[in-house]
Design a binder for this molecule. Structure first.
Ligand code: HEC
Ligand code: HEC
Length: 267
């Protein structure tokens, strides 16, 4: 390598490191208090995205942020193996230099994607918000290894295991609402119910809305959505009853009044 390329590479590496630190908010990377499991090696052997001379604390700070952003532990991306018999310390030893897990390879791709968003694509946006907003792992992942909307997650479960299983898993996930992985407001279920109703799955849509109503008993929107689902299913009487129930919760709502008028009934 010529001197010039070396200088250029080093400069690029430092710019990358700087942007990574920014991206991950790791400006004040703290050392890990409890490294799990086993101590990471002193020298890094297999870095393909971060600069080879990245300080240990910085890298570990970034790794820790990965675990928080995705709601996982180190072993989600790194293989670990039993420590040699009789060795002091933890019984499992992390082998972070190995590329044996697909999740680690995906994470590398994600790092490159985040850099290209922040360093190439977003800077070309006209009239950008000031200060500019950086994309980070957490922007999409929100504490979840697979960033999915509530609707997409439910749709996948319904497709795989049916609506009753999806409802059961929603209840379970809801109990862990504080993790912030999914949006448990009433809207996502209403949205999902409407798209199921559009594809003719009225009964599934109603089951979901009945669950939603359990969590939001005072909401006229759940009733109004039920009414829309019944209309799509051709059940005019039930639709009317639901619009009326919604109107009790939100009297004089012009949209609800108009719907009832369209159905030829008085509120
Ligand atoms: C979301 C996936 C992911 C998680 C979770 C994760 N890492 Fe990593 N780790 C990576 C990737 C990707 C690299 C390689 C980066 C590169 O190629 O520049 C890496 C590299 C490393 C390295 C450098 C290995 C070497 O010698 O090349 C260490 C050490 C490390 N991780 C430790 C940890 C620790 C400790 C944790 C838990 C606190 C952790 N990692 C959590 C994805 C992850
Ligand atoms: C722009 C949104 C976005 C950002 C930002 C993002 N990801 Fe992802 N990530 C995704 C999507 C979408 C998938 C699922 C891709 C697929 O269909 O397999 C995913 C999947 C993953 C997976 C695989 C999970 C699994 O179980 O298969 C890992 C690991 C991951 N991301 C790590 C990261 C890390 C680390 C960062 C930050 C450097 C990051 N992601 C930033 C959108 C994002």
């Amino acid at each position: 390598m010529t001197k010039r390329t070396t200088a250029r590479t080093t400069k690029r590496a430092h710019r990358l490191l700087f942007s990574v630190a920014l991206v991950l908010g790791a400006a004040a990377a703290r050392p890990l208090h409890a490294q799990q499991p086993g101590q990471p090696p002193e020298k890094f052997e297999n870095l393909k995205v971060f600069p080879k001379d990245i300080p240990r604390d910085t890298l570990l700070g970034i790794m820790r942020r990965f675990t928080i952003a995705l709601g996982v532990n180190c072993q989600y991306c790194h293989v670990s193996e039993p420590a040699p018999a009789g060795a002091p310390g933890p019984r499992e030893r992390l082998r972070p230099a190995l590329d044996d897990k697909q999740t680690k390879l995906t994470a590398r791709f994600m790092l490159r994607m985040v850099h290209s968003l922040n360093d190439s694509l977003l800077p070309t946006l006209d009239k950008r918000h000031t200060p500019a907003i950086q994309v980070t792992c957490a922007t999409c992942h929100h504490g979840s290894p697979l960033p999915q909307t509530t609707q997409a997650m439910m749709m996948e479960t319904i497709g795989r295991a049916g609506v009753d299983s999806a409802i059961a898993s929603y209840r379970k996930l809801r109990a862990d609402m504080i993790s912030g992985r999914y949006d448990f407001r009433e809207g996502p279920i209403e949205d999902l119910a409407l798209s199921l109703a559009t594809s003719g799955r009225t009964a599934d849509a109603i089951k979901l809305l009945e669950m939603d109503q359990e969590f939001f008993p005072g909401s006229p929107d759940v009733d109004a959505t039920m009414a829309e689902v019944y209309m799509k299913g051709g059940d005019k009487d039930r639709a009317i009853a639901r619009y009326r129930a919604a109107l009790v919760k939100r009297p004089n709502d012009p949209r609800l009044l108009r719907r009832l008028q369209e159905l030829g009934v008085t509120p």
